[in-house]
Ligand binder design. Structure first.
Ligand code: ZN
Ligand code: ZN
Ligand code: ZN
Ligand code: ZN
Length: 240
């Protein structure tokens, strides 16, 4: 996804109104980000001289930027403009491949919760614990490795290949319900759940841990090695 970043450089008066009004003047560079964040940078340090994060409304006219958010207003007025323009910007992240769309071909990057294209609107949501592999799917997108009981390598596009189906194929009916004669099946309710097949008569359900199965717990359910340690599928289990 790419969008325009607006840049204004000049000798400006910067007025910030909150409970009181502060006015500054100097040669600055003002940035208006696609999410309406406005940053005014002067000569020193990384911190802006003035800013308004994700303003409700931003207007940019000839030589004035006005950003309004509730009772706060930031106004940048150029007395003399050194330059102004718009530039295309995208999210940044580790480069993980090339967009397979014939007409795009831009770089794919890994953001916290997705693989996104820097050139088009392509975005594939991913669990935050997924790691992106160098191998690609037949569709051209990279594969992701995701630990759900065991390590699954699936396409980052869940409409191409479903992680849920792979986990279901591996673990549906594999463990008995600790409360009744039913088996646990894998369903998605927000997150992945190992829940009793006799629902709603039996309400046993465990959220499926992000990790791999290492051994059986004394209770008969599996134990998972997760980022925060080893735990039983039943997070409340006290068996060893
Ligand atoms: Zn693309
Ligand atoms: Zn694919
Ligand atoms: Zn049950
Ligand atoms: Zn247990």
């Amino acid at each position: 996804m790419s969008d325009d970043l607006r840049v204004l450089a000049g000798d400006c008066t910067i007025t910030f109104e909150d409970t009181e009004t502060t006015t500054q003047r100097g040669d600055v560079v003002a940035l208006v980000k696609p999410d309406n964040t406005v940053l005014v940078h002067d000569a020193e340090g990384y911190q802006p001289a003035a800013w308004l994060t994700r303003a409700e409304a931003v207007s940019v006219s000839e030589n004035v930027i006005t950003a309004i958010d509730g009772d706060r207003q930031l106004r940048v007025r150029a007395h003399e403009e050194h330059g102004s323009d718009s530039y295309s910007v995208s999210p940044t992240g580790e480069a993980v491949g090339i967009c397979p769309d014939d007409e795009c071909g831009a770089t794919l990057i890994r953001t916290t919760g997705a693989v996104a294209c820097t050139g088009c609107d392509r975005r594939h949501g991913l669990p935050s614990d997924a790691s992106i592999l160098t191998e690609t799917c037949g569709c051209g997108l990279p594969l992701a490795a995701i630990d759900r009981g065991e390590r699954f390598e699936v396409c980052v596009d869940r409409t191409c290949e479903s992680l849920d189906e792979r986990v279901q194929d591996a673990f549906d009916g594999k463990w008995g319900c600790p409360k009744c004669d039913g088996d646990l099946q894998i369903i998605r309710r927000g997150g992945l759940i190992a829940g009793c097949e006799r629902y709603p008569d039996c309400e046993v359900g465990f959220s499926f841990p992000n990790g791999t199965i290492t051994e059986d717990c004394g209770c008969g359910l599996p134990k998972f090695e997760t980022a925060s340690g080893t735990r039983c599928l039943d997070a409340t289990c006290e068996a060893t």
